[in-house]
Design a binder for this molecule. Sequence first.
Ligand SMILES: Cc1ncc(COP(=O)(O)O)c(C=O)c1O
Length: 479
Amino acid sequence: MEWRPDRASEVPLYKQIANYLESRILNGEFPPGSRLPSERVLANQWKVNRSTVNCAFEELRSAGLVSRIVGRGTVVIRNLPGSGTKQFPNWDMYVKQGYYPPNNPVNQNIYRFIRADEPMINFAIGELSSDLQPVELMKEAYSSIELNNDLGYEHIQGNITLRETISEHMKTYRKIESTPSSLLITSGAQQAIHLIIRGLLKPGDSVAIEDPSYAYSLPIFHSEGLHTHLLPVQNNGIDPDQIITLHKRYRLKMLFLNPTYQNPTGTTLDLERRRRILEICSKFGIAIVEDDPYSITGYDGTSIPSMKSMDKEGLVLYVSSLTKIIASGLRIGWILGPQTVINHLADVKQQFDFSHPSLPQLIAAKLLSSKHFDEHIMHLREGLKIKRDLTIRSLEKELKGIISFSVPEGGIHLWCKLNDEEIDENLLFKESLKKGVVFAPGSTLGSKHNYIRLTYSRVETNCISEGIQLLAQSLRELE
Ligand SMILES: Cc1ncc(COP(=O)(O)O)c(C=O)c1O
């Protein structure tokens, strides 16, 4: 658990805070020259008055540890007692000048609620609630692992048993033929996308992404110097002809698609468009990344053929993960692609992290090959449908005519339009946070404003209607 001042202690709160910050200054977590978080941030974090944090800062100032400068905040002084005349690296400058820019501040705000102590009704994070995760199967899988006295580095493409299991799984559940040698295990689909970008593209390359999309929310496209061109998502996916227009202007190298139960719109690219996109990409030599974490969640058990299963020319790099069907914390994803690509990306991954951790791979292999896996998938589909229906019913009760949406047939996201264009979804986000509800404002996922994404998979079923009521209250307060 994160540190918090102890309200039951006899030591005053401000003193506890001052002592805690002092120890962090003296052990180098806040080195000389660095700035302490603001009074407001710390007061929010520890649920104390700003004046309490102010007293703690004053205490540190009288101890000669920090200086307080209007406009610059509270800065650890450079000549800490005992430090003589040493020079210290300016960490703030390193952070500012580093290769990777920070996440969008709204996303940072959302991510701080992952595993946070604060109880929030969370419609923002794309993961499963605990009742939808196969907890018993995971425990069984965990206890049945035999370690053979060896926890050395794994094969650079990932554990062979897991690759064999995933290959079987894709054949059964996704009608995709593969061999274990053309698979690379990754830390979720997120790392798969990063590896593809870093391993196969270079600064200045043009790629096309869906608008809105998960890809849109990833800063990596821009930190790697790629030019992203947007393909608007309609009810049945992107318009294939727009790929031709973009390609003629920008020479696209790669197309990133999440064609089934898309994040965030919940839409599915129809079969005819899939065929046409494959045809176009084959004609112009454009590689396709099919990001497919959701396809087996289709609530009625049917599924549209994946683009990978339709691809006979090796155009598609298929990416998926266990996040949306087992558990996000396992961090198991994979890439299926042409052998030369997989060899290279395995080599790049080896340069990043040597090899993927063994234990989650062994657990995942057991889970996917369990005779109860199929039951789990049925339970998951049913559970997601219940959550979707409850979310929709609550929205219809609380916000009829105020919010509109299309109903997704699988996946975990509901893409909602705020009918009153005057309402700013970022203000709504702030207002809802105050009431204990968090969702993703549409502008973090695409170029359009006036949308919000409600992800219903993580919210405990008995909290959905309360969450929507609080969202509705927040909206009314902005009207
Ligand atoms: C379309 C899509 N791709 C990739 C990811 C990354 O997920 P993970 O890395 O947990 O597999 C997400 C997560 O929400 C997603 O929606």
